[in-house]
Write a protein that binds this ligand. Structure first.
Ligand code: SF4
Length: 376
């Protein structure tokens, strides 16, 4: 069985029970000493019983992050290429604010943004689009990757899921990684939140990271939109998804992101608040469960919180982000998909990291390792 099939068949009630049951303190403390955690252990670490052990969890997460990543923090920046989208996710900032004009960057605008971001020093760019076969389909994205490779050694994508053969085209064009958030692992809620468009196909999305790995990608990023439902349950299933992929595709680098829903993207649907403390618990639990996984935090989070969380499990952070299509050079005034909370420039973020004893990395040298593997 493939990881997606196992996950699709996994009884969410088991995850619910294991993430909400009462565990003895001794049990939680014993997990902090364990060399390798099972997914049941991970579920216990996101339970309310583990909340009061957050200082111990944080200390263990910090030590594991140091062991596996040293003092390095990888920096990247996103570029939104298009806000045109045929899906209707009810929480999406592009959908909710109907007055936003549709924008898809042309080649000159794309290159202008690449040139600007490259001159800032970024070596890793994340390209994002909505889902629009007409305005920003596979040909468009493939061309954007080819152009990006003239400026950036590491190009990753956060775009709609495609077939294995289309992922092969992206990989051949030079893309290094993909990020694909499942948004929520609650299938019923998923259908409610994604009523129309290709994104309404839960399983096609769930299988996307595997298709990318089969197509030759070596790095995939996963995530849920925290706040759509009970964070313990979605966080647990996100961890299980990452674990199953890592177990099957052991050569791949699995990354996990922790976006929290923001008021700007709030539509008339329930929001399940995720406190800063809950976010910290989830990040620490991931670090203990998957010590080698890249854990990412975007500029959705505040300056203050990001300054703190980089000491726990976070290994990758964005900087100087603009969520408007081509917003680095267009001088756009229209709203983005969400508002960034940490608006520091790249140099401000780098200085903060250096002041706190970290080593900011702008170029991901793992691409050299990948090339060496391909030619060996
Ligand atoms: S969240 Fe993404 S897929 Fe959904 S409507 Fe917005 S841009 Fe489209």
């Amino acid at each position: 069985m493939t990881p997606s099939k196992i996950l699709a068949d996994f009884d969410p009630e088991i995850a619910h029970v294991l993430t909400h049951k009462k565990y003895e303190s001794e049990h939680i403390l014993s997990l902090l000493e364990k060399e390798r955690l099972t997914y049941e252990d991970f579920f216990a670490l996101v339970s309310p019983s583990a909340e009061s052990f957050l200082p111990q969890l944080a200390a263990r997460a910090q030590s594991l992050t140091l062991s596996h990543f040293g003092r390095t923090k990888q920096l990247y920046t996103p570029l939104y290429l298009s806000n045109v989208c045929i899906n209707q996710c009810v929480y999406c900032g592009f959908q909710v604010k109907l007055q936003i004009p549709p924008i898809t960057l042309n080649e000159k605008e794309i290159v202008d943004n690449y040139r600007y971001l490259s001159a800032q020093g970024f070596g890793h760019i994340l390209l994002l689009t909505g889902e629009s076969p007409r305005f920003a389909g596979v040909d468009y994205i493939e061309r954007a990757i080819i152009l990006a490779k003239h400026f950036f050694p590491y190009v990753s994508l956060e775009v709609f899921p495609v077939s294995t053969s289309d992922y092969e085209r992206y990989a051949a064009a030079g893309a290094n990684g993909i990020t694909l958030y499942q948004e929520t692992y609650n299938k019923v809620l998923y259908s409610t939140l994604h009523p129309k468009g290709p994104k309404s196909d839960y399983f096609f999305r769930l299988e996307g990271p595997e298709r990318a790995l089969l197509a030759g990608f070596r790095q995939v990023g996963l995530g849920t939109l925290l706040g759509l439902t009970d964070w313990r349950l979605d966080g647990a299933l996100l961890g299980l998804h990452a674990y199953l992929l890592q177990r099957t595709y052991w050569q791949a680098s699995i990354q996990v992101s922790f976006p929290r829903i923001q008021p700007i993207s709030a539509a008339p649907h329930d929001i399940f608040p995720v406190s800063d403390k809950a976010l910290a618990q989830l990040i620490c639990a991931f670090r203990l469960f998957l010590p080698q996984a890249g854990l990412t935090l975007s500029t959705r989070e505040s300056t203050d919180l990001r300054n703190k969380l980089i000491h726990l499990g976070i290994s990758h952070i964005s900087a100087g982000s603009n969520t408007r299509p081509g917003g680095y050079t267009r001088g756009s005034i229209e709203p983005g998909q969400f508002e960034t909370q940490d608006n520091r420039s790249l140099s401000d973020v780098m200085n903060m990291l250096i002041d706190q004893g970290f080593d900011p990395i702008l170029k991901d040298w793992s691409t050299l390792f990948d090339s060496a593997l391909k030619t060996s």
